[in-house]
Design a protein around this ligand. Structure first.
Ligand code: SF4
Length: 333
């Protein structure tokens, strides 16, 4: 009688952003017979808006990779702590990419232990991103995450020192790639070959790499005693004005942003929205009521008649205010 020998497949944890590189890294591992478990990290600084497409790039990637288990992890307070005091500093914006990779990989390492996986793989390409994807930064990331030797970068592995999974023969190093630099030609050719047809255009990183958003975030940190990740969604919408006395006014740019500001109303803040005219929703953090109404008038297309009515919410109380005698110079309850 012939008994089939049960071969235990090596498990590995992969970081999946939903972009082409991480999808291809996962595909290369699956094709080598590795039992792949994926993790997707979410932060409030993610720039993707699934509402626009109706589906996220992560679910599209998972669909193309087959039935791969996916763990979604939302970054919390330790991420914010890191963001305020990054050991390796910021990139061009407020992006602490090296520290961000370290914290993500530490969490991936915990998951690896939890499920009894043997190594971690990521879709990084040598020389693709200035801050975190060069060899020196990769060494720091591997060391500080406590996973040195156990982080495989399948797309560039042939250019890097062999890792434990390669040395132990869990992975065939000859089937790994030597991609480098910012060009995506190699990845696009590989995607075609592997039947990966649906992937997003290259993204420049999260919102923290954006100059304007970074300025807004810096200002937020400078004026906020107890920063919280819960405040970040508000930084993504509207026109923001910091007044000399430190008060903050946010003016919605369209109806959707207006609805969002209304949904974010907190009784400590002041919220203004038009009752009988067409104009923007305005949020005020502070006490400068007149300035907030001035901003509302500034972004209202027509000059408003005296007595125009404004909905006003504060301290859990909803009232109607009437625009005063002088344009922009006061409101009456
Ligand atoms: S771009 Fe943003 S999410 Fe990506 S590594 Fe840098 S800080 Fe982290």
């Amino acid at each position: 009688m012939v008994y089939a020998q049960k071969i235990k497949r090596i498990k590995a944890v992969g970081l999946l952003s939903g972009g082409l590189d991480s999808t291809l890294a996962a595909k290369l591992m699956i094709d080598q017979g590795i039992n792949v478990y994926l993790i997707h990290f979410t932060t409030p600084f993610d720039s993707e808006s699934p509402k626009k497409t109706g589906r996220s790039s992560v679910s599209t990637a998972i669909r193309q990779l087959g039935n791969i288990p996916l763990m979604r992890i939302t970054m919390k307070h330790d991420f914010l702590e890191m963001l305020i005091h990054p050991k390796y500093g910021y990139g061009k914006g407020m992006n602490p990419c090296i520290d961000c990779r370290i914290i993500s990989l530490k969490k991936a390492g915990q998951y690896m232990e939890q499920i009894g996986a043997s190594f971690i793989f990521i879709g990084e390409v040598v020389g693709q991103r200035p801050m975190s994807q060069h060899k020196k930064a990769m060494n720091i990331i591997d060391q500080d995450s406590g996973l040195q030797g156990y982080i495989l970068r399948p797309l560039s592995a042939a250019l890097l020192e062999p890792t434990t999974p390669e040395k132990k023969g869990w992975i065939d190093r000859n089937a790994l790639l030597s991609l480098s630099g910012r060009s995506r030609k190699g990845q696009i050719a590989l995607a075609r070959q592997k039947g990966i047809t649906d992937y997003p255009s290259p993204a420049g990183g999260c919102l923290l790499t954006d100059k304007n958003f970074s300025e807004r975030f810096r200002d937020y940190l400078a004026f906020t005693r107890r920063p919280s990740l819960d405040d970040i969604p508000l930084l993504k919408v509207g026109r923001h004005f910091r007044l000399e006395n430190g008060d903050k006014i946010i003016v919605a740019r369209d109806e959707q942003e207006g609805e969002f500001l209304i949904s974010q109303y907190h009784e400590k803040n002041h919220l203004f929205f038009p009752e009988d005219f067409s104009g923007p929703v305005v949020m005020l953090k502070g006490d400068s009521l007149d300035k907030a109404v001035e901003k509302m008038m500034q972004y209202t297309n027509k000059a408003l008649p005296v007595g125009a009515r404004i909905n006003y919410w504060h301290n859990g109380i909803k009232r109607i205010l009437f625009l005063g005698e002088m344009p922009g110079a006061g409101i009456k309850g």
